[in-house]
Design a protein around this ligand. Structure first.
Ligand SMILES: *[C@@H]1O[C@H](CO)[C@@H](O)[C@H](O)[C@H]1NC(C)=O
Ligand SMILES: *[C@@H]1O[C@H](CO)[C@@H](O)[C@H](O)[C@H]1NC(C)=O
Length: 289
């Protein structure tokens, strides 16, 4: 399976399958994440079971995973900034480093109390993004925790919310579209002020009298291949692979139906149908069945 070994990397990577067995290892934010910025505004609480990020006029905050992953099924529960969250953005994404980076994004654009958040998604491969899809949610994402998942395997990238697929980005290498598969990515999240563009295109500004704004995270789980520099082997070799069904998972017909339901009822922007933006024709991955 030399597919998993990047020829571009001088450093070989060791890929270990985590959580592939039947026993579920419950995650702890202390073990899996570092709060990376925000000068105390990001906190790990409740013995590692809860993480909160906050934003005030001076700064936002953020965290990242200790591990780098190369493929995985990654779940996190988020409860977004409640009340008047206009102008705030909570980003939750996977990203590699370097100028040809890969990235898989969820971004939650806040709004005035009672007005809907926008869930913005994007996929970058080798430094190129411009693949936005945006959605409203079918629930209030500030009232409780909901699970946001990224399934990333060699066939596809699937974004899901509470187990309902909202977006599928298929591997379209056969059509010449680069697909993220060689660069390990870390999980990142941050809460920051983006009132120049986030809410109604920047019309609604952050109301700092409501600060601090807080987003919460819990119940992280990763069925994933962890990249460790120094040694080389491939993910999914050995006994662990037999349970790694996510590595070959594709949408079944019931998931396909749910995806269509979301796209029909909750999708508010799709780059693949923005004809003004692509007068010369849509990108090749848009024309995949
Ligand atoms: C905020 O609410 C307005 C009015 O309902 C809506 O047009 C907009 O899409 C909502 N979301 C954001 C992030 O602007
Ligand atoms: C935590 O996540 C796991 C796996 O993603 C899920 O089965 C479980 O129901 C979640 N627990 C809570 C309290 O939501």
């Amino acid at each position: 399976m030399d597919l998993f070994l990047s020829r571009k990397f001088m450093i070989l990577v060791l890929l270990v399958c985590l959580g592939c067995g039947s026993s579920f290892v419950s995650a702890n934010f202390y073990n899996d994440f570092d709060v990376t910025w925000g000068d105390g505004r990001g906190k790990i609480l409740e013995n590692g079971e809860l993480l909160t990020l906050s934003l005030d006029k001076s700064s936002g905050s953020g965290f990242e995973s200790k591990n780098e992953y190369l493929f995985g099924k990654i779940d996190m529960q988020l409860k977004l900034v409640p009340g008047n969250s206009a102008g705030t953005v909570t980003a939750y994404y996977l990203s590699s480093t370097g100028s040809n980076w890969d990235e898989i994004d969820f971004e939650f654009l806040g709004n005035l109390s009672g007005d809907p958040y926008i869930l913005h998604t994007n996929v970058f491969s080798q430094g190129k993004g411009n693949r936005e899809q945006q959605f409203y949610l079918w629930f209030d994402p500030t009232a409780d925790f909901h699970t946001y998942s990224i399934l990333w395997n060699p066939q596809l990238i699937l974004f899901s919310v509470d187990g309902t697929p909202i977006r599928e980005f298929k591997n379209a290498e056969a059509k010449g579209v680069p697909f993220p598969k060689n660069q390990p990515m870390r999980i990142h999240s941050s809460l920051w002020n983006a009132d120049d563009w986030a809410t109604r295109g920047g019309l609604v500004k952050t109301d700092w009298s409501q600060a601090p704004f807080t987003a919460s995270y819990r119940n992280f789980s990763a069925n994933a291949c962890v990249a460790v520099s120094g040694t080389s082997t491939s993910c999914g070799s050995g006994s662990a692979s037999s349970n790694a069904a996510w590595l070959t998972e594709v949408l079944d017909s019931s998931q396909q139906e749910k995806l269509l339901w979301v796209q029909k009822n909750y999708m508010i922007y799709n780059y693949c149908s923005d004809s003004k933006r692509f007068p010369q024709g849509y990108p090749p991955e848009c024309n995949m069945a």
